[in-house]
Each structure stands twice: as C-alpha cells, then as structure tokens.
Design a binder for this molecule. Structure first.
Ligand code: KG4
Ligand code: ZN
Length: 332
C-alpha cells in the first residue's frame, strides 16, 4: 500500500494517550494506547494537571511505536488528525502541539478533529457497519447523547444529559463501592453476578429524549449508606438495570421518532456487556440493525480520530487548530 494512503490519529482529550494509523477504508494498521488508570485511580477521578503531564511523557513513544508497528515513516503519511476538543484543555494542547510540530517537520497537513465525530466513526473501524438513516447513542465518561444520523456526515442531536453523563454515574457509583477508577467495567462485571432487587429511580424516563443521571447516582449513595449490608453485586445489578432501562427506553423512542433502521452504540459505556445485551433485545424487537464497534474501539482511541480525519479530508473541512474544551456533536 502507498503510505500516503494512511492517516495518523492522535487522541489525548482525557486520560488515554492513543495513536492510531488507519487507511481511508477504516483498516487499522496500528493503535498504541497508554492509559493513565494507575495515576488517576489514587484520586478517584481524572486529575487534569497529572493527565497533561502523563500525555506529554507518553505521546512521542506511542507515536514511534505506532509508526514502527505499521512499518511507515511519518513523512510518508497522508496527514495527521488530532483531537481538538471537547476535552481537558491541557491534555488537548499536548496532542495539538505534537501534531502541529510533527506535521511541520514531515511537511504533511494536520487536521483538528471533534472527538465526538471520532466516536461516531469508531463504529466503522475495520469494516463499514453503519447503514443510514441511523440513531446513535454516544455513552461515554464525558457525554450521553442521542443523535439522528440521516447520512454519513450529518448528526442531529435529539437528546443529551442535563447533568451527569452515564459514564460519570458508573464511575461515581464505583467510587462509592470502592471499585476503583474508572469503574464502569467493574460495575458491569459485578452486575452480572447480582440480583436487581433494589428499585432505583429512573429520572425523566417518561419525558422526551434528554437524560438525567444525577438523581439516580444520589439514590444509590443514600441506599448504600442506609443499607451497608447489601451485597455490592446487588447494588451494581440494580443500578445497571436502572441505567439500561433509561438508555434503552430513550433509544427506542428515538428510533420510533426518526424511523431509523440502524442503531449505533459508541463510547466507553458501549463496552458494557449488559448494555449491549439490552440494546440487542430492543433492536430485535423493533426490527432494527444493531451496530456495535468491537470493544477496543468503544473507549477512546487514536484509530477513530484517524478515520474521522479521512472524513474531514474528503469533505474539505479544516477547523482552526485550537484546543476547544466544548464542541457540540453537530459541529466538525
Ligand atoms: O469513551 P470513553 O473511553 O472516554 C470518554 O470520552 O469519556 O468512556 C469512558 C467511560 C468511563 O466512564 C468508564 O467507566 C466507562 O466508559 N466504561 C464502561 C465500561 N468500560 C468503560 N462502562 C460500562 N461497562 C464497561 N465495560
Ligand atoms: Zn471519548
């Protein structure tokens, strides 16, 4: 393959330094990720200053490793794509600085990508899975968004969280239960071993397509305080059941409203086995195709940023390369 057919994607918006090398069809030649769990675990959440320092340490070794794994030289790439936001400003800046200086040295273009667009494209990594019109649920540590995708480029937001994201709720409940950070996976695994015998609230379940998770999180906190003897597995199962009920009900409502024929699940929480199973049942009931990226592409990664970079190139999109903490899904 001609190397100019490859984009190197840099993701550093939160707590993963990840470098992906991807062709225009979504074939992943390399993806090197340096996580920061050990650093943030001690604080029970992402500590922004430590995150940017860790990105600064890991980014060049990760780029070197990815280039070696793909067998390509930087100057032979088509472009570098880098997350320009949303995310932590210091962390974004580390990725942007590396991208801008390498692109200058290698005389190739650099493209600033919306991280949320990267999550959308993650569903087509390694093979094109999404068909249109689709509904996407983006459920991550920073976002909970339902959107209508009439075609590959347009994303119309239908609903979003009014307070905590679902991933944040998972992480906070995990912290209450002493399950470490980030705790989504630990909660999901324990939920499979427990019984959903506590009826937690489902805030704004009957209203529209927005979400709210902060009341659910507080109800779990109160329950743990007043019933310390309850098995952790049962708390997890009951909490996950409430989250699933909310996410599945709203996704089903979005499908009915848009008449979409495909449901796409992306973002870190889409790695949840429980969520995947619940959505699969709902999709089957509604005769809708379910698109799930492989688990490794659900959480933050550089490959999805590289594939989004191809879309920007195709469409001639070149947003200003500035670290931008907040960007809506509808923007590029
Ligand atoms: O997409 P992501 O890697 O980062 C953001 O853009 O936020 O999502 C991270 C979130 C965390 O809240 C983490 O606890 C959650 O995804 N997560 C999971 C699972 N794996 C990661 N939640 C539920 N089940 C999992 N298996
Ligand atoms: Zn993300």
């Amino acid at each position: 393959m001609a190397h100019e057919e490859l984009i190197l994607g840099i993701e550093s918006s939160c707590d993963d330094t990840s470098i992906g090398i991807v062709d225009r069809h979504g074939r992943v030649l390399a993806c090197e990720t340096a996580g920061q769990e050990i650093i943030h675990n001690q604080h029970g959440g992402v500590y922004p200053e430590y995150a940017s320092r860790a990105h600064a340490q890991s980014i060049y070794p990760a780029i070197d490793k990815a280039l070696a794994a793909a067998g390509v030289r930087g100057q032979d790439l088509r472009a570098i794509a880098v997350t320009r936001g949303p995310g932590l400003i210091g962390s974004l800046q580390v990725g942007i600085n590396a991208a801008a200086s390498l692109a200058l040295g290698w005389s190739i273009p650099v493209i600033g990508v919306n991280h949320l667009r990267g999550h959308l494209r993650s569903a087509d990594l390694e093979e094109a899975r999404v068909t249109y019109p689709a509904v996407v649920l983006l459920a991550s540590g920073g976002h909970t968004i339902l959107a209508h995708l009439p075609d590959r480029h347009d994303a119309i937001v239908l609903g979003r969280t009014r307070d905590d994201s679902v991933g944040e709720a998972y992480d906070k409940v995990a912290r209450m239960l002493g399950l470490g950070f980030p705790g989504g996976k630990a909660i999901d695994q324990r939920a499979a071993l427990g019984t959903a015998n506590i009826r937690f609230p489902r805030p704004i379940l009957q209203q529209g397509l927005d979400f709210s998770f902060s009341g659910l999180k507080s109800a779990v906190a109160r329950h743990i305080e007043s019933h310390p003897e309850i098995p952790v597995e049962d708390v997890c199962a009951s909490f996950v059941e409430a989250c699933l009920d909310i996410l599945v009900t709203k996704a089903e409502r979005a499908i009915e409203a848009t008449r979409a024929s495909c449901l796409v699940l992306v973002g870190g929480v889409a790695a949840s086995a429980q969520l995947r199973a619940g959505m699969a049942r709902m999709a089957e009931k509604n005769g809708v195709k379910l698109c799930l990226p492989p688990l490794k592409w659900s959480t933050d990664n550089g490959a999805m940023i590289a594939l989004a970079g191809w879309e920007y190139l195709e469409c001639g999109l070149a947003p200003e390369l500035v670290a931008t903490p907040r960007i809506p899904l509808s923007a590029f």
